[in-house]
Design a protein around this ligand. Structure first.
Ligand SMILES: [Zn+2]
Length: 220
């Protein structure tokens, strides 16, 4: 896709997007030769569901990667409970680091590392996926900010989504992922190299569209 918007846009732009829910069902992603699943531990049970169209796109994308490099799916669809769990853990941690903060101040800091739980959050609409690259030998490709360490709450608070201080090699690796994802018109989030989406509100905003296909969805 040409010309995705590459600066972070204000969150309230998302609210202007009209959702025309197309009822594309949630599907569980299956491991293939080129798609590895769930190698990164979260502190709650991760799910590997995405909308059917997104699953098909990931399948196509995986076949375009250079030999020896595969996609690794870190997380797809997220339930309201898991979003709430992550928010509560981050909130508690920030508060315990500095008891003098008011709840409002804690919330401002928490929002830098985790999205406030909402039915409209991307991972609850089934079009978003957190992904990275992995070599055939099972070693993760070096993408700079390590998603694994960034998934511990301590590290998330210490290194909120930093992404500029990376080496040329790491930049190149991120570009390998981005280039293949763009062939299927996925949008990447400028603040998180691992977050890609298609069909949801964020996707519409970053591609200058006013409508999208995916709203909140529950697992059957
Ligand atoms: Zn994400």
């Amino acid at each position: 896709m040409k010309g995705q918007i590459t600066k972070t846009l204000p969150r309230n732009d998302w609210d202007k997007v009209v959702i025309h829910e197309n009822n594309d069902p949630l599907l569980e992603l299956k491991e293939t030769e080129r798609i590895k699943i769930g190698l990164v531990k979260k502190d709650y049970e991760s799910l590997f569901f995405v909308r059917k169209t997104v699953a098909e796109k990931l399948q196509k994308v995986s076949l375009l990667l250079p030999a020896g490099i595969n996609l690794v799916i870190i997380e797809g669809y997220r339930t309201m409970q898991s979003q709430q769990h992550e928010w509560d853990s981050v909130f508690k941690k920030i508060k315990s680091n500095d008891e003098s903060l008011t709840d409002e101040e804690v919330e401002v800091q928490a929002r830098l590392v985790v999205a406030k739980p909402s039915p409209l959050s991307n991972h609850h609409c089934g079009g978003a996926v957190d992904i990275s690259l992995i070599y055939d030998n099972g070693i993760l490709v070096d993408m700079g900010t390590n998603y694994i360490s960034a998934s511990s709450i301590e590290d998330k608070i210490k290194f909120p989504m930093l992404s500029d201080k990376i080496t040329e090699e790491q930049k190149k690796n991120r570009k390998i992922l981005r280039d293949v994802m763009e062939t299927e018109n996925f949008v990447w989030y400028p603040g998180e190299w691992w977050h890609y989406c298609w069909g949801d509100r964020m996707w519409a905003v970053y591609t200058n569209q006013t409508e999208c296909y995916y709203g909140p969805i529950e697992l059957e």
